[in-house]
Design a protein around this ligand. Structure first.
Ligand code: ZN
Ligand code: ZN
Length: 108
């Protein structure tokens, strides 16, 4: 009898609340993580490697890393305003283009 062992990936959904997918614009993106498990007879026994969390869209399968600053939803963008002067920030700015003060994003 053979022992069937191996390392296999296992996808974990970290957050079930959907996010806006930047690629297709639908709220179908979910925060997931792929961990590597030591398998015995196709049963995951021990987690050998913890994967990095990422956001993948269920519909178009485009992946957005949670850690990159490039991720934003169109809704957050609309609400981005400078704390100092209240000017709208069309994109991500370190310094406000209106008053030149450092921007701390206040997304409510
Ligand atoms: Zn999508
Ligand atoms: Zn400003």
């Amino acid at each position: 009898m053979f022992l069937i062992v191996g390392i296999a990936p296992k996808t974990k959904i970290l957050d079930h609340s959907p996010r806006i997918c930047p690629a297709c614009g639908l709220a179908q993106a979910r925060l997931k993580r792929v961990d590597s498990y030591f398998n015995l007879f196709f049963i995951p026994l021990i987690r050998v490697k913890k994967g990095e969390p990422f956001i993948i869209c269920d519909r178009c399968e485009s992946i957005t890393s949670e850690t990159t600053s490039g991720y934003y939803s169109p809704w957050d963008k609309k609400k981005s305003r400078c704390n100092s002067c209240g000017g709208t920030l069309d994109g991500e700015f370190k310094y406000c283009p209106h008053c030149g003060k450092p921007v701390t994003l206040n997304i409510s």
